[in-house]
Write a protein that binds this ligand. Structure first.
Ligand code: HEC
Ligand code: HEC
Length: 495
């Protein structure tokens, strides 16, 4: 399934993320003044950082119709390219799609991660959609908006190379216009392939993808250029975990380092930097994205199902709630109250303070100022802008138990290990998508890292010593006793 998802066209996105684009700079000392508290006992934490600079104010957003937004996601031309629709029966005949589920309310048997639409040249194509990355399995079932964590971008370049080799076969089956579209799509994927080679299967290259797409596009006309117009990003991918989309109803800024400000709908359509090669086409897509945002902000997190992990112990969970209020809420907010939306603080925490891998927030190689500038001076920057902070946003924790692995780089497999840094595996391999005991992914600890594994098996080992893959920091759970951590985990199941 995974290889079909990428091989058929793989995806694209760019949801971008230039997302994390941020300047490589030292964290200003005032930023660090927001010091982490390290009291040994659990008391209500009085040290709330209320410097305005750490808070992300709400900005006006477009209204929209969620149902129409879902239609757009399922059948809109926002990615702008794909495989000519005539070839779909060929792919089906060859069993490429297997028995993957489709999208609710959509006729035909395209799998959920593909959409059929007409591109600017008038050709009907089937291309990737947002669900390539933004749909995942929760409790054994596909859940739209959950993180897609099973993509392996490691084989992308070779898949695209073999896709290109098959082009001559397709030529005889297609009209010249359709064939030209197929070639356009394949050529685009071939160009980006070297920039999306993640080191570990399951991690996502969306930020780097945004950088390479911005590099090849004229910011005003949106015309594509085969040669880069600004310096491309580094090819070493800093991995980002796919976030669940149901958080967006609470968030004032998109992306891990709070880069996405202004009109979120415009930022969400940045996926169109793959193949939407002109302004008028982009303007038409933009008109439909208020609805897409409305669909995304209508999403609810999944609720805990005892069939997948036992009944929640109400006494233990209540104890956990008190611990959460004392140690976690100042950053992550409160839950279960009528005004829970308002009680999510929408702040960011300097990378030095939270202590998690700083590469994404502090702007390593691919996340440079030139991509922020490109965006802000482009069509996309007319109503939105990128303003990355040198730190990370503590996300809303609704449905958090369903979204392993954890941290912005997906370096920590379970919530139990997130809350006890001494238990976090340095090298680990996934064994299953659900680990009811520790809440997160099933995993086994591996003895050695990438430098000692010579086979392709290394792609399945998360090596936390690689650039951007560090699993340190966020030690707020460490000072709790094991019993307190158990109570806190029980509470997290209720979110
Ligand atoms: C290639 C995989 C991929 C595709 C395709 C993709 N995204 Fe994303 N998306 C990501 C990743 C990874 C992030 C996190 C990036 C970051 O914060 O640096 C993200 C972040 C987001 C966010 C911000 C979430 C948050 O909590 O801040 C939204 C909203 C979003 N994507 C919507 C979309 C929409 C809508 C589409 C389709 C038009 C789309 N994405 C296509 C991978 C993808
Ligand atoms: C000082 C602010 C702060 C405090 C206090 C704090 N967190 Fe966090 N938390 C963060 C930040 C910032 C991140 C994002 C870090 C990253 O992704 O690198 C985060 C990430 C997380 C994540 C991972 C989210 C994901 O989707 O990967 C979980 C779970 C979490 N925190 C739970 C807790 C719990 C439980 C507590 C209390 C024991 C707590 N946090 C206390 C700031 C805080």
């Amino acid at each position: 399934m995974v290889s079909a998802r990428l091989a058929t066209l793989s995806f694209v996105c760019a949801c971008v993320a230039a997302c994390e684009a941020s300047t490589a700079r030292d964290v200003a000392s005032e930023d660090v003044a927001d010091a982490q508290d390290d009291t040994a006992t659990v008391e209500v934490d009085a040290e709330v950082d209320d410097a305005a600079a750490f808070y992300l104010a709400a900005e006006p957003q477009r209204d929209g119709d969620p149902a129409k937004g879902f239609q757009t996601l399922a059948a809109g031309a926002y990615v702008g390219c794909g495989v000519p629709a005539e070839l779909v029966p060929v792919a089906q005949g060859a069993g490429v799609f297997g028995d993957e589920p489709g999208l609710p309310g959509r006729d035909g048997d395209l799998p959920y991660y593909l959409s059929q639409f007409t591109v600017a040249s008038g050709v009907e194509v089937v291309g990737p959609n947002c669900f390539t990355c933004h749909a995942g399995t929760v409790q054994g079932e596909l859940f739209l908006g959950a993180p897609g964590i099973d993509l392996d971008f490691g084989g992308f370049a070779s898949q695209i190379a073999s896709f290109k080799e098959q082009l001559p076969l397709a030529e005889s089956l297609l009209s010249p216009e359709s064939y030209a579209e197929l070639v356009r799509f394949a050529t685009r994927l071939e160009l980006i392939a070297p920039w999306v080679q993640t080191a570990v299967a399951g991690t996502n290259p969306a930020d780097n993808l945004a950088g390479i797409l911005f590099s090849h596009r004229d910011r005003e006309t949106l015309a594509w250029s085969e040669t880069p117009l600004i310096e491309p990003p580094d090819q070493v991918v800093l991995p980002v975990d796919v976030p669940p989309l149901w958080r967006m109803k609470k968030k004032h800024a998109m992306f891990y380092a709070a880069a996405g400000r202004g009109d979120h709908a415009r930022i969400m359509m940045t996926t169109s930097t793959l193949c939407v090669d002109g302004r008028s086409e982009a303007e038409a897509i933009d008109k439909t994205f208020g609805d897409v945002r409305a669909w995304i902000t209508s999403l609810e997190a999944p609720r805990w199902n005892p069939a997948f992990g036992g009944e929640i112990d109400p006494v233990l969970a209540a104890e956990g709630k008190d611990l959460f209020v004392a140690t976690c809420q100042r950053c992550h907010g409160t839950y279960g109250d009528d005004d829970a939306v308002e009680r999510y603080p929408n702040r960011w925490v300097p990378a030095e303070e939270v202590g998690t891998d700083p590469a994404v927030a502090l702007g390593a190689a691919h996340a440079a100022t030139r991509f922020v500038t490109w965006f802000n001076e482009s069509f996309y920057g007319e109503t939105a802008h990128l303003d990355p902070k040198p730190g990370y946003v503590p996300p809303p924790l609704d449905g958090i138990w369903a979204t392993g692995p954890f941290l912005h780089n997906g370096s920590v497999p379970t919530l139990a290990t997130l809350l006890d840094a001494s238990k976090r595996p340095r090298y680990w391999r996934r064994t299953s998508a659900w680990n009811a005991a520790e809440l997160g992914l099933g995993y086994t600890t591996v003895e050695v890292g990438h430098d000692q594994i010579t086979t392709n098996a290394k792609r399945f080992v998360y090596d936390t010593t690689l650039l951007g893959h560090g699993n340190g920091g966020h030690t707020y759970g460490d000072r709790l006793t094991p019993e307190q951590r158990t109570a806190l985990l029980e509470y997290l199941k209720t979110l």
